[in-house]
Design a protein around this ligand. Sequence first.
Ligand code: ADP
Length: 265
Amino acid sequence: MKLDQYRLTEEPAYHASGNEVAFYEAAYEARLPVMLKGPTGCGKTRFVEHMAWKLGKPLITVSCHEDMTASDLVGRFLLGPEGTHWQDGPLTLAVRYGAICYLDEIVEARQDTTVVIHSLTDDRRILPLEKKGELVHAHPDFQLVISYNPGYQSVLKDLKESTKQRFCAMDFTYPAAGIETAIVASESGVAPDVAGRLVRIAEKSRHLRGQGLEEGASTRMLIHAGRLMRSGMSLTDACRLALILPITDDPDMRDALEAAVDACA
Ligand code: ADP
């Protein structure tokens, strides 16, 4: 009942690239925590949504950020008309009632926030609510999933070794051209040949990674470009809005990306 709002009612479309569905099912069966590694916009969130739907489990997603405190995850006392009462945070809800909890971009959170997951991700499967003086034993259905973008890491912003070693990890990258074309076509509604051109442009931008671009164009960006084209925009304009301007301010890099678009237009 508590988790009804977190149940997925429709199947989130997911195009698999390999054995990831079977691997995840095995990890869930063993109730092992999972780390999804890969660049932003390559399908990690969609994959977790699809798996939660497939396994018939509720999914509680938390986007981590640097101001997030442990209380934002586990809960806090709130002041109401009848005094103070405890309100479970998203992690505690998932632990108590049995959901998959997805902590998106975990490295954005401060390390003192991240340590609350330690006792949940070993054999104990417990969550201490220190302020409340309660020890919550995880529901059998509970599982923790985190996402992690290895490309952005600096020494200051990395997961502690003791955190990393608690997880099984799965590598995600942009899907192969044929699969990515099918994704862009079905998610944005453009014809497959147009989707194929967008994917070729993205591939060129991904080759510029490390030469002035932090990341190439993601699958998410290609879908945005496709949607702009469905609204009547030309390929050139749609790519400028959705693929080029968001990722670089450097005039030479913009020229290089525009040349890549022109070559596929
Ligand atoms: P991430 O979590 O890695 O940042 P998302 O899962 O949000 O990325 O992916 C961005 C968008 O790309 C999704 O909303 C979805 O439309 C699309 N997408 C990416 N990969 C897939 C896939 N394998 N199957 C279906 N859609 C996908």
